[in-house]
Design a protein around this ligand. Structure first.
Ligand code: SAM
Length: 286
């Protein structure tokens, strides 16, 4: 029964009258529609990965690199690996997934910017490394060690055929975030022109622009003339009410203003205002 058949339309009408639109979408919707209705687990990862795939496709790539800084027991990385197949089916873009972690929890805190009022060295020690690696085998790679040491070699190995498209920063503390953001110090072609980002630790009572992940973002922006991390200004777009909303304020984008694709327009025929709106929608640019 196709979505256009009379039977489906009648069923849909009766179903939504009785149980609501969300229930219908939850039962029948494709991945993109379920994401719009807030029906996918970890909506921040679903959104960031879909955004990475759409941006990759817009710029002519069929593979993209995504990174989770801070793995702990691996719930986020497993979720990313599960989502990857669904989003590849939807977009045709495949993912290379990397996680970074000490494996031994938070390193020594280095002062007030690391929020010692909340965290202690050793918090979030990995519980079962062998089982996690088995569950991720062939789907994601964990780079063990302090990011301060592991990030440089990783950046040197980045591949412009598989540009970075989504980054989750969930390392809690300022000093580790400073190290993680060195990811963006490589050759510009190793990144999509804008990289979706999720920052986990920017929304609690003690969070402020002079400590933690927020301070690291500010200092990154001060140190880079043409690479800037800003809030994701597209959200919530047309996401439907009823789903979780708290993640919107955690989504950012790293804009690579020095990227060649941000210097001049691509040749194409001129568009009317309506055709331009269609172009934006079809390419998921809103
Ligand atoms: C809150 S946990 C991550 C939770 C995980 N993202 C999830 O969704 O389940 C924070 C993690 O960051 C890691 N971390 C913090 N600083 C680090 C550093 N400098 N190098 C490597 N890992 C670090 C810790 O080991 C810890 O496992």
């Amino acid at each position: 029964m196709t979505d256009k058949s009379i039977g489906t339309r009648v069923l849909r009408r009766l179903w939504t009258m009785a149980l609501g639109e969300r229930s219908w979408v939850s039962r029948t919707g494709d991945f993109r529609t379920r994401e719009r209705y807030g029906l996918v687990g970890r909506p921040n990862y679903a959104y960031g990965m879909l955004r990475a795939a759409d941006t990759a496709r817009y710029f002519g790539h069929d593979q993209v690199t995504i990174v989770e800084f801070g793995v702990a027991s691996g719930a986020g990385l497993i979720n990313m690996s599960d989502l990857a197949g669904l989003i590849s089916q939807e977009t045709g873009v495949s993912f290379k997934i990397y996680g970074f972690d000490t494996g031994a929890g938070l390193p020594e805190l280095r002062g007030p910017k690391d929020h010692p009022e909340i965290w202690n060295a050793g918090d979030f020690t990995m519980e079962d490394r062998a089982t996690l690696e088995r569950r991720l085998a062939g789907r994601a790679t964990i780079i063990w060690g302090d990011i301060e040491q592991t990030i440089g070699p990783f950046v040197r190995e980045l591949n412009p055929q598989v540009p970075v498209g989504f980054v989750s920063v969930d390392v809690d503390i300022y000093s580790a975030t400073i190290s993680a953001l060195k990811l963006f110090d490589g050759d510009v072609l190793n990144y999509l022109p804008a990289v979706s980002m999720y920052f986990d630790d920017v929304g609690f009572f003690f969070a402020n622009h002079w400590a933690g992940e927020l301070a690291a973002i500010n200092e990154f922006n001060e140190a880079h003339a043409l690479r800037k991390i800003d809030r994701d200004r597209s959200l919530p777009s047309d996401r439907r009410p009823g789903g979780p909303r708290s993640w919107y304020g955690h989504m950012y984008a790293c804009h690579l203003l020095d990227h060649p694709r941000r210097q001049t327009s691509m040749p194409r025929s001129q568009l009317t205002i309506n055709a331009h709106a269609r172009f934006m929608t079809e390419n998921a640019l809103f």
